[in-house]
Design a protein around this ligand. Structure first.
Ligand code: NAD
Length: 366
């Protein structure tokens, strides 16, 4: 298969982690007999410097002409004073809209070798394997808003709106994912207060009727927040709207450990967008200190969700588990006083694992 990717390294540590993800993708493609074609384009601060636009038109066109997009991170302190539409982050929000990706998938898995990174006791976090499915293009973040009045008596308003088709399409993504996992969907809302949530609950229940093999339960967002820290291993797929998902997915990430490890996928639109959840980490940029595993695991999600290459995705994920299982750590994962390796060395070890497990991987790919 020809795998055609748009690479958007972006700012800060973005180029460093995308470079390692690309090497890993190359190794996986070589092992399974695929041809990888990549094209690098600008986004964020890098694009602002080159063209005064955080999302140049060529980048949008290049992404739309690709099979998937892999992004590093955007943002840098030098742009903090720029007006909102000119900030690097606005390029990313616009890209998500241009691609029409309405479903954000954020896995949070507690790897046995990294239990100690969780702020929770090992027996609480052990076996946690959660997939958060967040609606990405609707709700409060995209509703009508205004600020009126004079300083001292101003009134600001944000509004949340959801239409039935928007709820239905994200619910279908969650149920389908659950089918390939442990067959449990927990839909999170605030139906005791919000009209949007009452509609959400009704539509999700209706969609659930088409997936009778998947167990559906509903939870208020406040109860879900508590359960995520008290009993994280009981969740399988969590389905929720935009703002609740924004908050709960960060919480789930914190429950299982380091920011640098966590991947994400945004799908459902014209082209899928894959990115580690961390930012551009300007404090460590250019020092070979960034953990590339969030980007590398995002590339596994890319192969799985945009190209339906499950064995290839598993080969990358197994390589990551094995390298971590062998005790290799980037600085953010290392205990105090423990030896750590750099960004490039971590990438090299993952590539090495993929290459050495090549015969087995190749067999399962055929
Ligand atoms: P951040 O995620 O960049 O960094 C938070 C902390 O985690 C820092 O101490 C950083 O060194 C560390 N860290 C992050 N990723 C790491 C990795 N891969 N390996 C090791 N350590 C890592 O968040 P921030 O400091 O709040 O934001 C920095 C910039 O990134 C800002 O401009 C912000 O707007 C932007 N940002 C971008 C995205 C994105 O591109 N999706 C997401 C969040 C923040």
């Amino acid at each position: 298969m020809v795998i055609k990717l748009a690479l958007l390294p972006g700012d800060g540590i973005g180029p460093e982690v995308v470079a390692q993800a690309r090497l890993v993708l190359e190794a996986a493609c070589e092992a399974f007999g695929h041809e990888l074609q990549t094209r690098e384009m600008n986004i964020g601060g890098a694009a602002l410097l080159a063209s005064e636009d955080p999302l140049p038109r060529e980048t949008v066109a290049g992404c739309l002409a690709s099979g998937a997009v892999l992004l590093g991170a955007v943002g840098a302190p030098r742009f903090d004073a720029y007006p909102p539409a000119k900030r690097p982050e606005s390029g990313l929000l616009r890209l998500r809209r241009e691609l029409g990706v309405f479903a954000n998938l954020r896995p949070a898995v507690c790897l046995p070798s990294l239990e100690a990174l969780s702020p929770l006791r090992p027996e609480i976090v052990r076996h946690s394997d959660i997939m958060i499915v967040r609606e990405l293009l609707g709700g409060l973040y995209f509703g009508e808003r205004s600020t009126e009045g004079e300083t001292g008596s101003r009134r600001a308003r944000d509004s949340m709106a959801y239409a039935e088709p928007e709820i239905e399409r994200i619910a279908r993504v969650a149920f389908q994912l659950a089918r390939a996992r442990r067959k449990k969907v927990t839909s999170v809302d605030k139906a005791n207060v919000l009209d949007c949530s009452r509609l959400w609950r009704e539509v999700v229940g209706r969609v659930g009727g088409d997936f009778l093999d998947v167990e559906l339960s509903h939870m208020y967002v406040d109860s879900a927040a508590m359960a995520l820290v008290a009993r994280p291993s009981e969740f399988d797929v969590i389905l929720t709207e935009n703002m609740f998902g924004d908050i709960l997915s960060d919480q789930a990430g914190a429950v299982v450990g380091s920011l640098g490890l966590l991947p994400s996928a945004s799908i459902g639109g014209k082209v899928g967008l894959y990115e580690p959840i961390h930012g551009s980490a300007p404090d460590i940029a250019g020092q070979d200190l960034a953990n590339p595993l969030g980007a590398i695991l995002s590339s596994a999600m890319l192969l799985r969700h945009s190209f339906q290459l499950e064995p290839e995705a598993l080969a990358i994920e197994s390589a990551v588990r094995e390298v971590l299982g062998a005790g290799k750590r980037t600085r953010d994962l290392a205990a105090s006083g423990q030896a750590f390796i750099g960004t490039r060395e971590m990438g090299k070890l993952i590539v090495g694992r993929i290459r050495t497990s090549r015969p087995a991987a190749h067999t399962s790919g055929c």
